[in-house]
Design a protein around this ligand. Structure first.
Ligand code: SF4
Ligand code: SF4
Length: 98
């Protein structure tokens, strides 16, 4: 990839290719832990969906269906924000193959 000079950038560096973050699989640099969804205790408040920085919480018909591990980077924010006791999301260690 060749770098662009400043004269080739858009004014204000506006991104003219909106939506291109879908091509960036943030799950490929996951931390070594990942959240597991436990449907049995979930109250579908959608806090996890609101707070997830990578839009990795899968929601259908206003209910959480799971986690898209292509985009989940394992930050654990969804687990922290989940209000149920016990939590409906739990971080687990994940084996990493290099
Ligand atoms: S750990 Fe939770 S909040 Fe963080 S990216 Fe994965 S699903 Fe989103
Ligand atoms: S934050 Fe917890 S209870 Fe709320 S929707 Fe997500 S998993 Fe379910």
């Amino acid at each position: 990839m060749t770098e662009k000079g400043w004269k080739e950038l858009t004014i204000g560096t506006i991104n003219l290719e909106a939506g291109n973050s879908l091509q960036n699989y943030t799950g490929t640099f996951r931390s070594g832990e990942k959240p597991i969804f436990k449907e049995e205790t979930c109250i579908h408040c959608l806090f996890c969906w609101v707070f997830c920085p990578d839009s990795a919480i899968i929601v259908k018909d206003n209910k959480v269906k799971g986690i898209d591990y292509n985009y989940c980077k394992g930050c654990g924010i969804c687990v922290i924000e989940c209000p149920t006791k016990p939590k409906s999301l739990e971080m687990v260690v994940e084996e990493i193959y290099l």
